[in-house]
Write a protein that binds this ligand. Structure first.
Ligand code: R5P
Length: 294
């Protein structure tokens, strides 16, 4: 197997190749003056099984088109098999028709992955795992919550309470609490489908005097986490931390969360960001390990 260093995830791809002890293939890329993406493989890949590491955080559309071009070109250049390693799968949140007439965008992404020659997808904490069942290619989802919880445990926060900022993240908090051991809980959140505004309902949680870590899959504008931090502080939590797998960190998300009273935000390198601390490389290397033949 060779690891293809997609332009959005060069560093992560290099780390995965290093752990697996396989070759990393560099990609020359640029943008034409009109904004189109140019891609060139800098090494032979004919006859190889390749894993393209290309996360699809902002700018999502550019990163996606580069992924499709890379996969199609890999097959065209003779690659035997293409695994797409896409830690953050863009458009996964648009997994149903919330309002009449809406596009179910993630379905389109699934079709395009197959059409561009991807044989298998490997992703991390996809927003709703069941969307992958509808893909026409095998798709595997792995969880980085263990890595995040281990990070906090190694810093002495082993008894912290794990909180999900909405019901959708309850499974993540539960997973983290099995490593942290300080209990877990969740809040209820509602998003206005027209304005995007988020409202979080207060529930009484057993957090008074405790350290709390909020676990979520994505931080985008920071509104969800900031609301949860304020509720926790009001209920007497001691120190509050935020952990997320995909730190999109749009605009002033970091400041917004810190100003709400959080001590720190910890994200992974799924998307390079100003809060990236934990690397997904060991997790993704392990998931790819079974497929490596050298
Ligand atoms: C959606 O439910 C996700 O799990 C996240 O909670 C959400 O994307 C975070 O968005 P924001 O940071 O803009 O509140």
């Amino acid at each position: 197997m060779k690891i293809i260093l997609g332009p959005s995830s060069t560093e992560l791809g290099r780390k995965i190749a290093e752990i697996l002890g396989v070759k990393a293939v560099s990609i020359a890329h640029k943008k034409f003056p009109d904004g189109e993406s140019y891609i060139r493989f800098e090494e032979e890949i004919a006859g190889e099984e390749v894993a393209i590491v290309q996360s699809t955080g902002p700018p999502q559309d550019t990163n996606l088109i580069q992924l499709f071009i890379l996969a199609d070109a890999a097959k065209d250049l003779g690659a035997k098999r293409v695994v797409a390693v896409v830690p953050y799968l863009a458009y996964a949140r648009q997994d149903k028709r919330f309002l009449p007439g809406e596009a179910i965008s993630i379905q389109t992404i699934g079709k395009l992955l197959k059409a561009s020659g991807v044989d298998e997808l490997l992703t991390v904490n996809v927003h709703e795992e069941k969307v992958l069942e509808k893909f026409e290619i095998p798709a595997k989802n792995v969880s980085a919550i263990g890595l995040l919880a281990d990070h906090f445990r190694s810093r002495g926060l082993e008894d912290a309470f794990a909180l999900a900022p909405d019901e959708g993240a309850a499974g993540l908090a539960d997973e983290a609490s099995k490593i942290l051991g300080g209990g877990c809980g969740w809040l209820r959140k509602e998003r206005d489908r027209y304005t995007g505004e988020v409202k979080t309902e207060e529930r009484i949680l057993d957090v008074s005097g405790k350290d709390v870590i909020i676990f979520d899959d994505i931080i985008s504008t920071g509104g969800t986490i900031a609301n949860a931090v304020k509720i926790l502080k009001k209920q007497g939590a001691r120190r509050v931390y935020a952990a997320c797998v995909h730190p999109l960190m749009i605009g002033n998300a970091k400041e917004r969360i810190l100003q709400s009273g959080a001590e720190e935000i910890v994200g992974t390198d799924s998307v390079p960001s100003n809060v990236t601390v934990v690397s997904l490389a060991p997790l993704l290397a392990e998931a790819l390990a079974g497929k490596v033949k050298g």
